[in-house]
Write a protein that binds this ligand. Sequence first.
Ligand code: 13P
Length: 256
Amino acid sequence: MNKALRKAVIAGNWKMNKTRPEAKELVEAIKPLVAGAGCEVVACVPFTNLETVLEAVKGSNVKVGAENCHFEKSGAFTGEISADMLAEMGVEYVIIGHSERRQYFGETDETVNKRTRAALAAGLKVILCVGEMLADRENGITDELVAMQTKIALKGVTAEELKNVIIAYEPVWAIGTGKTATAEQANEVCAVIRATLAKLYGKEAADATTIQYGGSMNAKNAAELVAQPDVDGGLIGGASLKAPDFAAIVEAATKG
Ligand code: 13P
């Protein structure tokens, strides 16, 4: 089965939460609980926590990611952080195009594309977020919209670079709302994304790409979601801030 061709990844997106002492406490609690994980485990944390968390995960199987990066290499961009700055620290992953950045910080498909290319050029692995708003779903344009977001985000990304891209399908209406997409809905859109990748890069590359679901995934619903044939793990917000809940999701993906 194609699912065996790719790695399940469970990534926490801490969003704007945790001071440095709190971050250390959380990651120290997570480490022993996920030590036997059969999937990749990533903690994507605020910029201010990167150094603390990188130090804390040394010798463990937990990987570290940032939550955004700028697309220019350096320059007069007050308040921004470049992909090279992250890579130099030892950061491995970066989330790009999260819906909260699209909604609140003017992120567009074009800037998502620029950030994706910059991150890949710096040697980072990208967790690229796509997903529809509730109105899009109600208008019946989810598949087209998500395919379009995927296609624009990957413009100029080579097949070799695609190996460092994970796609996270996050329906905006399911984020932080407690309203999870059903396992069937999640699988259906992840399959649309995979079909889009197949058109762009061929079936083999599409089958090898990790596609996560995100949006109110928790310790209770994770098993059903990650068991879907096209869902290869999850991007976890709220539940990633509680070590036992995050560990339960990792365990579900290990079995998944
Ligand atoms: P919640 O898990 O809190 O719904 O957030 C999902 C998310 O946005 C992960 O990036």
